[in-house]
Design a protein around this ligand. Structure first.
Ligand code: PRP
Length: 179
């Protein structure tokens, strides 16, 4: 385990199992369709790549970079579109893939944007969910794992851009982000 972590929340094996379950849920929902799966960068990239590869249903993939945290640990509340999609969402079944739903601000921003552009349906799959932190009334259609207010990193999740490449998810030691 990385020395900056106090404990592991999800091991590689547990993540693999969660990914399989989420992929099966999506396959059941989108059988016979050709949805557009969108990765909200950068946090969701690891989960996204594993998830779309675990699905049987063929999907088109696209990416959007949205950022709300800057370099700190508290959301600014105003998610910024740093890089837009290449594909049109008009008339498409859209699957939005998030690493975490925290305040919910990013999700609301993405939902309004994608439905506003004429998507046929909008489905959200999130790896982690922090319902206690919600400031807007929104939720993922499928969340793999619910967690309290711990500061988690790894498997895409960062603190000041670090720890994203850890293959597991763990709780960051308080002394790291409070110093
Ligand atoms: C994180 C995460 C989600 C969002 C969730 O992204 O990847 O997209 O915050 O928080 P919210 O529910 O409070 O909006 P961040 O803005 O940190 O960018 P990153 O994906 O590049 O880490």
């Amino acid at each position: 385990m990385n020395g900056d972590l106090e404990s592991i929340v999800l091991t590689e094996e547990q993540i693999e199992q969660k990914v399989k379950e989420a992929a099966a849920w999506l396959d059941a929902r989108f059988a016979g369709k050709y949805p557009l799966a969108i990765s909200v960068l950068k946090g969701s990239v690891m989960f996204f790549c594993d998830l779309v590869r675990a699905m049987q249903t063929p999907v088109q993939i696209d990416f959007m970079t949205v950022s709300s945290y800057g370099s700190g640990s508290v959301s600014t509340g105003v998610p910024k579109i740093v890089m837009d999609l290449a594909a049109s969402v008009e008339g498409r079944d859209v699957i939005l893939v998030e690493d975490i739903v925290d305040s919910g601000n990013t999700l609301v921003r993405m939902r309004d944007l994608i439905l506003g552009r004429g998507a046929k349906s909008f489905t959200v799959v999130a790896l982690m969910d922090k319902p206690s932190r919600r400031v807007v009334d929104v939720k993922a259609d499928y969340a793999c794992y619910e967690i309290g207010d711990e500061f988690i990193v790894g498997y895409g999740l960062d603190y000041a851009q670090k720890y994203r490449t850890l293959p597991y998810i763990g709780i960051l030691k308080r002394e790291i982000y409070e110093k």
